[in-house]
Design a protein around this ligand. Structure first.
Ligand SMILES: [Zn+2]
Length: 198
């Protein structure tokens, strides 16, 4: 396989990039000074080496514990559960939520082979268990409003049952089947404030 094919194949694996765009980007890079490709390659390598998951909430971070978990101004009695770390950015942009997060690392999807063991639900239950220093009052389930997202919310609720913590689900108003990540701030803020107990 040629170097051109090689890069185009890798680029085409990225979401939203088809084979044609991948080739166009590859030829574009070929026309640029080699230094530009080296910077891109180095940024990609650094990304993989430095970024890891927060030991508490599984958000992406370059440290042991992420900046949100470390922030003393955040309310540790409130935990918002999301599917992906990228959902945190969307909720933070809405500027409404001041608690902490928990990243599940996906959603239940039997067809894609994603089961309970692939998600960080056990770690969430550990965080919520009574007797912990910072007592959690409420867990808000902000999984996506898709079939899998709803099923995941129900599963998490069941697992949290024995802890006795209050569990709520963000309100609809988010487009069904849509992604939290791409929702606008106002919609997210409304969905959070109109959450209902589960
Ligand atoms: Zn964290």
């Amino acid at each position: 396989m040629s170097a051109i094919d090689d890069l185009a194949t890798e680029l085409a694996r990225l979401p939203g990039i088809g084979r044609k765009t991948a080739l166009r980007l590859t030829y574009y890079l070929l026309r640029q000074p080699p230094e530009q490709s080296r910077r891109l390659a180095s940024a990609l390598v650094t990304l993989g080496e430095r970024v890891r998951t927060c030991s508490r909430c599984f958000n992406l971070t370059e440290d042991e514990v992420c900046s949100i978990c470390r922030d003393p101004r955040r309310d540790p009695t409130l935990i918002c559960v999301v599917e992906q770390a990228s959902d945190i950015g969307a909720i933070e942009r809405a500027g409404e939520f001041r608690g902490l997060y928990h990243v599940l690392g996906g959603r239940l999807s039997p067809l894609d082979g994603v089961g309970p063991a692939d998600l960080t639900v056990d770690a969430l239950v550990d965080r919520v268990r009574p007797g912990d220093a910072a007592m959690v009052r409420e867990v808000i389930l902000a999984t996506n409003p898709s079939l899998e997202g709803e099923a995941t919310a129900l599963f998490v609720q069941t697992q949290l049952g024995p802890t006795g913590v209050a569990v709520s689900r963000i309100a609809r108003g988010l487009p069904v089947g849509g992604d939290l990540e791409y929702a606008d701030g106002v919609t997210i803020a409304q969905a959070l404030s109109a959450r209902r107990a589960m």
